[in-house]
Design a binder for this molecule. Structure first.
Ligand SMILES: [Zn+2]
Ligand SMILES: [Zn+2]
Ligand SMILES: [Zn+2]
Length: 348
């Protein structure tokens, strides 16, 4: 059976990173939309907001005050979901494997990308984003060296639709004792693939995408952005390092600059897709910091944006998605084509 013949009819696609399936129903894009319409976010206009807890010099909710920083700022989250002082221990009530729990220690930090309240990754300069990449590298190294931290999750939630109420450009790092679910699934798949083939799953996937170019959105010397063959969110992309690097600390100077460049390009394309500051959750997956070598890991970034048809129509992961499996209407190939046709010129 040829892949091409499947593309016009409902079909399933396999995600080799999570080893889960997703349902694609290309014909459903015709259906009329009677669902919820979101309000279109407007970009913040002032470089400084006296009421913002991330702007330089302002007081935070926890009572501490931000220094007058001029590039980036890192601080421990005032209301952290993880603490480093939690005592280790697993509980398995009656040895039944039903009521199982474990203490989890870790730490949560906030990173302000810029002192400017009105910027986004897409409107920052590549040099400005390079400073953020440097912070991510330093933080990964520092937190990863901690004996009770085995995974460092770097991420950004952007836009109210993703639950982020503060437009000030910032991201988070949650570093934990255990490897969380999503990287754990990828860990197992990458390790299995390497055991079976002796090669890296993501290096092989990059070769597959480079051969067809159908799902490639953009690229530079060291990174390529694709709408993955198995994407669940409408305009989901993967940011892939072309060389085999296990983590962000493995990047050389040219590669970290290229990462900053590709992040600016992909977020600018997003903003230009529906002419709004594009909401998304993004983050990086990389090797666990548990002391093992993890040659199977290949550093990459994910962007999960919720918008579907316009600035005001979002994709909901409900019903079938919650109970059965993720489903999408537009094909990943169409999504890639639409993102490819967006300008990389920042309009603001
Ligand atoms: Zn601010
Ligand atoms: Zn690789
Ligand atoms: Zn991943």
């Amino acid at each position: 059976m040829e892949l091409r013949k499947l593309l016009g009819v409902p079909h399933r696609r396999y995600n080799p990173l999570t080893r889960e399936w997703i349902l694609i129903s290309p014909h459903r894009t015709q259906r009329p939309w009677q669902g919820q319409l979101e309000t279109t976010p407007s970009p913040s206009s002032s470089a400084y907001d006296p009421n913002c807890y991330l702007c330089p010099g302002n007081e935070r909710a926890g009572g501490s005050r931000n220094p007058p920083y001029s590039t980036t700022l890192v601080f421990d989250n005032d209301f952290a979901a993880l603490r480093l002082d939690v005592e280790y221990g697993t509980v398995n009530e009656n040895n039944q494997g039903i009521l199982v729990a474990a203490g989890e220690s870790g730490t949560c930090r906030v990173i302000c990308f810029s002192p400017r309240h009105d910027l986004t990754l897409s409107s920052m300069t590549v040099d400005g984003i390079c400073k953020v990449v440097e912070v991510w590298i330093d933080q990964f190294r520092e937190l990863g060296d901690h004996s009770s931290i085995n995974y460092v999750q770097i991420f950004e939630n952007r836009g109210e639709m993703m639950g982020c109420s503060n437009p000030h450009p910032h991201g988070q790092i949650w570093a934990s004792e255990s490897v969380p679910n999503e990287p754990r699934k990828e860990q197992d798949s990458l390790a299995d693939y390497r055991r079976r083939s002796g090669r890296c799953l993501i290096c092989d996937y990059i070769r597959v995408e480079a051969a067809s170019e159908e799902r490639i959105v953009c690229q530079n010397e060291h990174f390529v952005v694709v709408v993955p063959f198995w994407a669940s969110w409408p305009f989901e992309v993967l940011v892939l390092c072309k060389k085999h690097r296990r983590d962000i600390c493995d990047l050389d100077d040219g590669e970290s600059f290229a990462l900053a460049d590709i992040l600016k390009r992909v977020t600018t394309r997003y903003d230009n897709l529906f002419q709004v500051p594009f909401p998304y959750s993004m983050g990086f997956h990389q090797r666990p910091t548990d002391g093992d070598e993890h040659l199977e890991w290949h550093f990459h970034g994910h962007f999960f944006p919720p918008l579907l048809r316009s600035a005001s129509v979002r994709k909901f992961m409900v019903g079938y998605e919650l109970l059965a499996s993720p489903q999408r209407d537009i094909t990943p190939e169409t999504a890639a084509e639409r993102l490819r046709n967006c300008s990389e010129h920042c309009s603001s």
